[in-house]
Ligand binder design. Structure first.
Ligand code: FEO
Ligand code: CA
Ligand code: CA
Length: 655
């Protein structure tokens, strides 16, 4: 994807019972039932941990295949879902979130209103049943990231303007900052299975780039390289932005990944104290001119501010007054997401991709175990642990290389004086360890039922034929692939793993593409550019795509969601389930705990590749967008929205 001013992009340039049983116990069962209970539950855990392997093994065979009728590749002004399913709009950009939020009025937007309304470009979706600790009934919290803004499609002031820079203003910048971050929204389900937001719920909250005070914790907190004129302590920062994917911890906190943070800074690296570090991160990326209005986004006025972004933010959604915390132990890079698993001992394991061409795959393992009976005892878990980076060898084996100050090349000789330095410059530390450069690692999704881990490598147009290897078999690679990792002994904390290719994406009918799919995959079942992944409660894998402006070339279809078989004779078979409107990207897929709802995030409708949309064939503008989804009203711009998909007659989504 190319970068344009005021527009962001993801990249510029056969089960053994033990592992899955423990994970199932910890993550799927005990978490909900015991976190808010007393020591009696701890005893139950111990008993269950011993007793359950056999019983769970008996019911664990994951040979449930998909039975829905797939939809066709295509592109038009609206969304499409598989027959016998319904997709409802749940919440749209601008809809009220906090109590007394104003009704959305595109002609009278303000930063103050936006900070109370649903933000732009919904991406990650987390789902937490209420009350926390109980099985899902009909209340839950949705935790939704708002990754970036398409300002020129949001504001009437850009209508008919050839160069958006000529009318960009402080007000636009402040609305943009307020439209970034996240939303926490209570939702409730009626007897027909339809979810709706709960107006004025005390849980409802907006987190933004400009209004939310955050703390910084872990090994880099307080380090001089994190200190600024506004925060001499290096432990407090306002806001988060470019929150792409994320995760929900077993103790019910919401993890927001900070991804393309480079795009929010302007200035020059000449004679800059952080020149080497910033250059490795692409800072200043200058997507947004926020630095014209707030000096902290100008690296020459505030040289350390950019070191305070690129982290994982942990939020307690059950306490709307809680202060979000940037957890530096998980490293600083362009975090795509941060999905969690548990090792057999109960330590939390977090996987995170660094989404840029030739970047790496990371894993964090906590030092301490998750406490199932004392929720608050887990609030410091992400401050102590080991961050590692992946090496994937040609022979299908792999190793996690720990990023520990003083080990190997991570010493003063190479500019690392402490663990804080290693974490602030995670990418450079990983370079020195010899990690494997991958084709843009996007979402990394552990399947807690099988202990397999799925890694979306979305594409890499810069890889040459000479640079190909086992996990990155094509150069250039316009279509991406999904790698399946098997941790040794089904232990997510193990040092070694094996890996295999699940699918090599692109059109299997085009020999030059060299795609690899199960031979039963239909002409609609293949896709390109996998991004977000989800596993449903039956252990089945689903993949969302983000082709960006390249969709006319990579597949010719709009982005969407495909079901993907991972086991047995059908392994590697895709089936198209959902399609977004023209110009949109598919984000977020997240299942309710009962598997009867699939929440999806439709990002930036009308934006990408409208020039190739048959019958439209021009760039979308505020006055003339390729679609006005989902409202289709002449005075309403296209609005990124979260949708809730269910089967018309009930039961698990996907059949
Ligand atoms: Fe924000 Fe890497 O997708
Ligand atoms: Ca993504
Ligand atoms: Ca993406």
């Amino acid at each position: 994807m190319t970068i344009e001013p005021y527009e962001t992009s993801d990249d510029t340039p056969i089960h053994r019972p033990m592992g899955r049983t423990l994970n199932d116990i910890w993550q799927g069962r005990l978490t909900r039932r015991t976190f808010l209970k007393g020591s009696a539950s701890t005893a139950a855990l111990t008993t269950a941990g011993i007793a359950l392997p056999l019983s769970l093994a008996a019911c664990s065979d994951q040979n449930q295949h998909f039975s829905f009728i797939e939809i066709e590749h295509g592109v038009d002004e609206t969304h499409h879902v598989a027959p016998d399913h319904e997709a409802d709009i749940l919440i749209r950009w601008g809809d009220p979130v906090t109590a007394n939020a104003p009704t959305f009025d595109p002609d009278n937007q303000s930063a103050a209103a936006q900070a109370q309304q649903f933000g732009y470009n919904n991406d990650f979706i987390g789902f937490i049943p209420l009350p926390f600790g109980s099985p899902l009934k009909d209340h839950a919290l949705l935790c939704v990231n708002h990754e970036f803004t398409n300002d020129d499609l949001m504001h009437p002031v850009f209508a008919g303007v050839a160069d958006p820079r000529t009318v960009y203003s402080r007000e636009i910048a402040e609305i943009s900052m307020a439209a970034h971050g996240g939303s926490i929204v209570e939702i409730t389900r009626d007897k027909n299975g339809r979810w709706t937001p709960v107006a004025n719920s005390p849980f409802n909250r907006r987190i933004t780039a400009s209004t939310t005070q955050m703390n910084i914790s872990g090994p880099a907190a307080g380090h001089p390289r994190l200190q600024t004129s506004q925060d001499r302590s290096g432990t407090k920062v306002v806001g988060t932005f470019n929150n792409c994917a994320g995760g929900i911890t077993p103790w019910g906190t919401y993890l927001m990944a900070e991804e393309n943070i480079h795009g929010y800074f302007m200035g020059t690296l000449e004679d800059h104290s952080e020149a080497r570090n910033f250059a490795r991160m692409g800072i200043p990326g200058q997507f947004y001119p926020w630095g014209l209005y707030d000096a902290r986004f100008n690296i020459n006025k505030e040289p350390n501010e950019a070191n305070r972004f690129g982290w994982i933010v942990e939020v307690d959604p059950l306490d709307p007054t809680s202060t979000p915390i940037k957890r530096t132990a998980l490293g600083r890079f362009k975090h795509e997401g941060c999905e969690t698993a548990l090792c057999p001992l109960g330590r939390i394991v977090i996987y995170s991709g660094d989404d840029q061409r030739f970047e790496y795959l990371y894993r964090f393992v906590s030092d301490n175990v998750v406490s199932p009976d004392n929720r608050e005892a887990n609030f410091g878990l992400l401050d102590h642990g080991t961050l590692s980076v992946a090496k994937l060898r040609e022979d299908g084996t792999g190793t996690w290389l720990p990023l520990i100050y003083g080990n190997g090349p991570l010493t003063a000789e190479n500019g690392f004086e402490s663990q804080a330095d290693v974490l602030i410059e995670t990418r450079r530390a990983a370079d020195l360890l010899g990690a494997t450069p991958l084709d843009r690692p996007e979402d990394v999704q552990p399947n807690l039922q099988t202990s397999k881990v799925y890694v979306s490598l979305t594409n890499n147009s810069l890889r040459t034929d000479a640079q190909t290897d086992g996990a990155n078999p094509r150069g250039p690679n316009f279509w991406g692939q999904i790698v399946e990792i098997s941790p040794e002994a089904e232990n997510h904390a193990a040092r070694n793993f094996t890996w295999d290719m699940l699918v090599v994406c692109g059109d299997p009918a085009e020999p030059a593409v060299n795609a690899s799919w199960n031979s039963t995959t239909s002409e609609n079942g293949w896709f390109a550019c996998p991004d977000n992944l989800a596993v449903d409660p039956s252990g089945r894998l689903w993949a969302a795509t983000d082709q960006g402006k390249a969709w006319p070339k990579t597949s010719g279809t709009a982005d969407g969601i495909w079901a993907l078989e991972t086991q047995g004779e059908l392994r590697g078979k895709g089936s198209m389930f959902f399609r977004v409107p023209v110009g949109a990207e598919m984000c977020g897929p997240r299942f309710s705990d009962d598997g009867e709802t699939l929440f999806v995030a439709v990002q930036h409708p009308a934006a990408d590749g409208a020039e190739a949309f048959p019958g439209f064939e021009r760039k979308s503008t505020y006055a003339d967008p390729a679609t006005r989804w989902p409202d289709f009203k002449p005075d309403m711009p296209p609005r990124p929205s979260v949708m809730a998909i269910r089967r018309t007659k009930g039961g698990p989504v996907g059949g």
